[in-house]
Design a protein around this ligand. Sequence first.
Ligand code: SAH
Length: 512
Amino acid sequence: MSEAGKGKVYLIGAGPGDIGLLTLKGKECLERADVVVYDELANKSFLGFAKKEAEFLYVGKKAAHHSLPQEKINELLVDRAARGQVVARLKGGDPFIFGRGGEEASELAAAGIPFEVVPGVTSAIAVPAYAGIPLTHRDFTATVALVTGHEDPTKGESNIAWDHLAHSAGTIVFLMGVGNLSRICSELLRAGKSPATPVAVIERGTLNAQKTVAGNLETIGGLAAESNIRPPAIIIVGDVVGLRDKLGWFEKRPLFGRRIVVTRAREQASRFMTMLTELGAECVEFPTIEIIPPASWEDMDEAVRDLKDFNWIVTTSVNGVGYFLERLYAAGKDARDLKGIRVAAIGPKTAEAWHGAGIKPDLVPEEYVAEAVIESFKRYDLSGSSVLIPRAEEAREILQDGVAAMGARVRVVTAYRTVRPVREVQAMRELLKEGLIDMVTFTSSSTVRNFMGMFSDERAELMEWMRHTSVACIGPITAKTARSEGLKVDLVPESYTIEAFASAIREHLERS
Ligand code: SAH
């Protein structure tokens, strides 16, 4: 908790869903927050911007969840800020457009709680834009109205002056109106709007699941029902809707609506995902490995205690260095206690991890495999020296055997373990079972093995779930591994690059 008196509430607009539509300021506020209060309209991945130790409070309005009534939300915001916490109140779209942000701000003002409003990209504007519908256009209209579609149809009197609205606004955008669509259309017709007036309904706009249905005031009700349009959706009434045929772009991207699994393989993954995302696909990142500390630090701590006995420390990964240093510091020691000990780092990233502690490794082999390290050690006389190797629990023996063969005494300690992330498997299982994955991509043999290993107890089921899922491999070796694991490989690009891989995927999915 932050210091009392420092409490503040940021009413943040989270945008309509696409993660790129959160503002920089919104992101900064999230990063600073002690508490994040959110509901279901906000994209969940935003929560990743907050500090790990921040508290996350869901106050959403989904029927299935027990949600907090508005007064309770208001109270919660006041209470947390009064306790000195920085509160990020994330709201879908813009907080002051039909978001009850005005009510929350009033409560804060009344309670004397400092607050700021961080405007967001409202769905009323962003969703039409993603559907290729400009709300204003010189040739069509100069006026726009944003209207709630949520009025209770059984309520005798309406707050909306339908007659006025029908004739004054060139474009009318209704939020929260799906359930009342037919009533909205009939009110506008009764007020004298032409039955031929174009109408579009857009569900889950700016997301990969965006769905647009277009018709006119007479037909849209039936069309939306046929397409099973559900909230959240917005309704746009007006001639500008017709521009959509020419200006639509989001739903026209080649891989729009496709869901592709990227089995994470080192640095490649993010560039690869960016390419697929730009083509319109939704990438599901599937980390097949999670790094966790060893069951006990006993061995490592003992090695740190006996540090003076070692002539060399040989490290093979960033994690190995990280955990070693962590235990060094935990023992009240630091880099100065490594004086006189030589350090080897396999690979530039591992070497960099040492740089962070002010240490320049003595030996950084050119190649990043254990065999190469052994080769490069030949320059040194290791006989009789004592070598510490902090590394992954399940690492290959080749490094320690090679060093020992040169006459060194080797002490191997477990710095970390790699495990299969259980939660991700559960989520992936559901997606595959539901047939929601169009393609699984593999960028190395180990990603294939890890992926298959995660379903080792349910191979037959996996094959069944993946019946309609394509399998793409970056090169012939990866493909061979995939086939040997029983997968049917649908595509291997002609050249072994991420670019060629992405364009082969595009071609394949456009055909299928
Ligand atoms: N403050 C929000 C609106 C909250 S009211 C904003 O500025 O966007 C909730 C309504 O917003 C929904 O009923 C729906 O009409 C609309 N909405 C929000 N996100 C949407 C999306 N991604 N696609 C379509 N409509 C959306």
